[in-house]
Design a protein around this ligand. Sequence first.
Ligand code: GAL
Length: 835
Amino acid sequence: MLSKVVDLFMLWLLFYSWVFSVSATVSYDSKAIVINGSRRILLSGSIHYPRSTPEMWPDLIAKAKEGGLDVIQTYVFWNGHEPSPGNYYFEDRYDLVRFIKLVQQAGLYVHLRIGPYICAEWNFGGFPVWLKYVPGIVFRTDNEPFKAAMQNFTEKIVSMMKAEMLFETQGGPIIMSQIENEFGPVEWEIGDPGKAYTKWAAQMAVGLDTGVPWIMCKQDDAPDPVINACNGFYCENFTPNAKYKPKMWTENWSGWYTEFGGAVPTRPAEDIAFSVARFIQNGGSFVNYYMYHGGTNFGRTAGGPFIATSYDYDAPIDEYGQLREPKWGHLRDLHRAIKLCEPALVSADPTVTSLGSNQEAHVFSSKSGACAAFLANYDTKYSVNVTFGSAQYELPRWSISILPDCKTAVFNTARLGAQSSVKQMVPVNAAFSWQSYIEERPSADDQNVTVHDGLWEQIYITRDASDYLWYMTDVNIDPSEGFLKSGQDPLLTIWSAGHALHVFINGQLSGTVYGGLENPKLTFSNNVKLSPGTNKISLLSIAVGLPNVGTHFETWNAGVLGLVTLTGLNEGTRDISNQKWSYKIGLKGEALNLYTVAGSSSVEWAEGSQLSKKQPLAWYKTTFDSPGGDEPLGLDMSSMGKGQVWINGQSIGRHWPGYIARGRCDACDYAGIHTDKKCRTNCGEPSQRWYHVPRSWLKPSGNFLVVFEEWGGDPNGIALARRTTTTVCANIFEGQPTMKKRGMLISRRTNRPKAHLWCPPSQKISKINFASYGTPEGSCGNFHEGSCHAHKSYDAFQKNCIGRQSCSVTVAPEVFGGDPCPGSTKKLSVEAACS
Ligand code: GAL
């Protein structure tokens, strides 16, 4: 008996000492988040778990760690976790605990943004649609039903994290959480109830006793002890609302989201690196990249309306999980430089001195002797030479050099040392062999049709169970109508709250209209063919993601709300808005589960010469074998219009290549204030052409691919493509510093940089497309020679690189046949093909 007690006591002791050896305290002070007593400079990146597959998570997290991150930040996606009240889902892509444990295993921390309002271009900003129909509810204000629901879900998540021992104080990786999201601007608009709600939200969160700090972003009045943080493309001038809080940046936008109909935004690596260095030199201690991996809005999870399926975001890891170079590598180099400065950064405030009209030095010099300096040139046009200490430093325009010992510039934000690469989607398959089935138009006598007087709001009826809602009514045309003789067809006008609409008259498509992100509303106005007797008007109204942002966005309507009028009849204009309308939710094909093998057998499919092409409301199916290799895959949908795609029963998202990117795509200069309108691409092309097919959704053979096409397209143009690296580049400035990983600094003078090129593991360098040592211009994929060019620029690369997977060449005049322009700063640009 006694030995049993002793055993138990020993066990308890073991457990006790284990808990206390692995758990840590997290607090903060004016300088930084303090973990286990140490102030930390923390580099963080957003990876949203449902925007990739669990099979992708370990690799994404490993790439984030290799990129120099300390923290992974994610929102919690309420509508994915609680599809109906009290009915929870935490499996597959929504396996939050698994995701957090993977981050922990990689040795990284987690910033958990519970929200539960999250914005995030996610359907309804993360709110479940049922929440809107809770009696008496008003979102995000001092409203009891809302607060009760918000508290309930927040508690659910916090208790789940506690039960899994995931907070840092329990030995887990979560070092902080977030409540609400950018409520400040809403509070400003709604006033007192907003203020009361902010207080309540903070108190409620703090009362949950997580042991780690809470953050509110864009919330200047965040009540103590909650820390208010900044979001934006730049945050150097942000100050927290109390001097005992650290300066934190929860969203540094690495690019921007794509909307259907919009151009694809990008943000240059030089500018984002500049923004981070500028924040750190001004005393910032936490930076999160929103997004570090953007991923994919699978299924119908995209918000909006009109948010695209791709949420690539021009992030350092691309939608497909591959490194986006040079952005990823440039930021990794930046992170190394910042980490070398950490001892000085956390122990001193910066002293700022002027180095010229547009140049500054920020020096962190601690009592214990640590010293780090940031030399900044804010000029967007001119690079300058500045004197700092006893040395001269060249500062390119719009850049910051980092000197972790106050002497050696190891990194400059405008000097890319990282290899860049060009990715291409290369078709892999022989043409698919398709079968087609035309969606049956519903009729008012069908099952599950409801009848109402007048026009009803779409989401009220569908509860977002489908994008689609049919509005059907009859119009009687008297044989005496004048237009029947004159041939002057009456004008049908339909006002809709959006987002897209197909109009069928007696079963024939008579037109399609759609809105856009700026204005989702639409008007249909066409002359239509009507015959004597009863005419069937069927309107297929389509929602393309529910709004995720804006004050009381929950009240925004969708669907045909009227008026609906016919003009040009004997009576003049007939208003048919208030007559009886029949409503049918969703497509027949959806109800039949045509996107599954079992469901698809319930209808007859046509093939060969009978295959429907360019027909609206068409279903297509095929099977295919998985291509070998492990490169990511995407479907080229450019021959199609609009609809949705499923693979093995899972939706890879909405396709809409028929929506062409409007606007201008001007040349992109990294220097100067960045906005979401700068550096856009794809103008005049589909906003999104390729759709990510996760490898883990495929079997070796017999994969079932189904496309529902609303507009009419040619399925024979659909192709599966692998994402592969075709071109790699290096762009190296002479005398550019390189860093040793473990902190050893290399002085500028003794350092002879090397240009490294490497192709993906299974490929080799097959050709040098371009090489110029001198003053070459352009970027990877379109370099050209400048006024100065060493005539032997190609030689060393031809000799050392062809036929090899990777190679490196020293950047020095003698390697390229001598100095082509003595006295001027030279660089080397090289581009190689991988195959
Ligand atoms: C922020 C918001 C994020 C995301 C971002 C734009 O304001 O907090 O959730 O919507 O804008 O991508």
